[in-house]
Design a protein around this ligand. Sequence first.
Ligand code: THU
Length: 134
Amino acid sequence: MSEEIPWEKLFAAAAEVRQRAHVPYSRFPVGAAVLYPDGSVVTGCNVENATYGLTVCAERTALATGVAQGRGRPVAVAIVVDTPTPCPPCGICRQVMAEFASPELPVRSRNLKGDEARYSLGELLPYAFTRDFL
Ligand code: THU
């Protein structure tokens, strides 16, 4: 399955949306692209706020848009950040991914040099708390 994922398309979309990040405080723009079962790609960038704490990460922006558009369960997530080594998603975003995807969800991150890190959601968030416990 993972080999059928159009990673280059996802990373291109993540890099493009990253340029629209609202990051006046951190100056740390992040772009994310999520692939859905119908082949559609939904993107998101981080959106900061003067209160700081209301910041929403790129990954969650993309996942929330996917919900709003009725896209279904995420198939893959690509992240682009300008860091020396590829940057993994934060803990809050991992939990939100676990709301909508299985532990097999492939997550990949690249920096602007093209270095890439590959994870599964299960590796990123073992023992996830999910609706199964409710
Ligand atoms: N950020 C993301 O958008 N995604 C991550 O996975 C890590 C952090 C954002 C939040 C904030 O706007 C900036 O990066 C610095 O933490």
